[in-house]
Design a protein around this ligand. Sequence first.
Ligand code: NAD
Ligand code: USQ
Length: 382
Amino acid sequence: MRIIVAGGDGFCGWPTALYLSKQGHDVAIIDSMVRRKIDEELRSNSITPIASLAERTAKWKELTGKEIRIYMGDLQHFDFLKLVMEQEMPEAFVHFAEQRSAPYSMIDREHAVYTQVNNVVGTLNVLYAIKEIVPDCHLIKLGTMGEYGTPNIPIEEGYLEVEHKGRKDRLPFPKQPGSYYHLSKVHDSHNIMFACRMWGIRATDLNQGVVYGLSTDETDMDPVLANRLDYDGVFGTALNRFIIQSAIGHDLTVYGKGGQTRGFLHIQDTVRCIEIAAENPADPGEFRVFNQFTELFSVLDLAKMVLKVAQEEGLDTKISNLENPRIEKEEHFFEAVNTNLLDLGLQPQLLTDDVIRNILKTVLLHKDRVIKENVLPNVKWK
Ligand code: NAD
Ligand code: USQ
């Protein structure tokens, strides 16, 4: 298939582009490089050194003979996007290209506005580009489990069968997101669902949980293909952050009581889920929702798993319950369905001590790159 991976220079997008290319798909990447600019803004970095996108794709071609075309530009610019679509005529458009940090979106008004404009306008442009240029193209859009929040009932995959005053309907599952970033994904979901209903676009919304790990078979082929790995209080995410913290002798930063439960998955499963979605497209007019995670964990349980492995590796690690910078429930019911991808053949890579150990070993190689002042959270919700 001809596949565009938008956001293909990022943490999920880069390994996905390589994996799809290796599977024989014809891949092109769109990326504005804004994430690298945000590193500069935050005076932060990826713990792994990352080559430029041009170096990465050149190395891929050298090692495999496969070309991944690059389009540097912003999805907010419709003229640019239109040209790329006319040139590539994709059969699937994988859309990772958004501002994805909840803390970044909560820094102040400017960052909230940037996040929502970038994400909502970019996605609207993608919808119009598909409608006008490739109406049969399957949109595979990264949403987030955080769109649902933490309701006191089990979370279904996108829709809820409701009986109200003697009548029944299948309605979008209620959304109670916890940041302006997570809200941007809710707005996207509504816009995509509307476009499917109005124009017959085919779309899959992948409500992904928190992704951990960094390597796939493809990114491991050469240091130039290495993936980025965030650790700072703004872009670092729970499990990866704990592993990196243990490597540098920092306390594991559990926010509040640590009973916050979320869906998690390994980056290897992210790339596989995208392939599954691409190979099993939604029908014309269908707005399909998959909950893309493999296991549920509370933050405290993850910290305890990391603590155990770190101690086995001889590291002096402790858990520290910090005052929670976010406004969120710290003890709550959480149950979520995730059968759609499993039914289509996903075989999850589950979290084990060895998985944590492997990530830790990679991280230890680069631990001197960590800018220690960036580890504690510094963005408050209030
Ligand atoms: P990332 O920040 O590492 O990558 C996103 C990429 O998109 C970056 O390379 C950035 O430069 C690019 N980008 C952003 N806005 C753009 C625009 N307007 N035009 C062109 N390029 C643009 O993020 P990630 O961790 O790879 O996340 C990818 C997607 O997956 C996001 O939509 C995110 O919301 C979703 N997601 C991520 C996680 C996770 O744990 N990382 C979990 C669930 C969902
Ligand atoms: N947390 C800690 N300590 C930390 C970091 C986080 O206790 O050092 C807690 C947070 O308070 C939160 C939970 O861990 O309760 C998850 O936080 P996170 O930073 O790992 O993840 P989140 O902000 O939800 O965002 C990440 C990605 C985002 C994606 C989302 C999936 O950055 O792009 O959408 O995970 S989900 O959480 O399922 O919505």
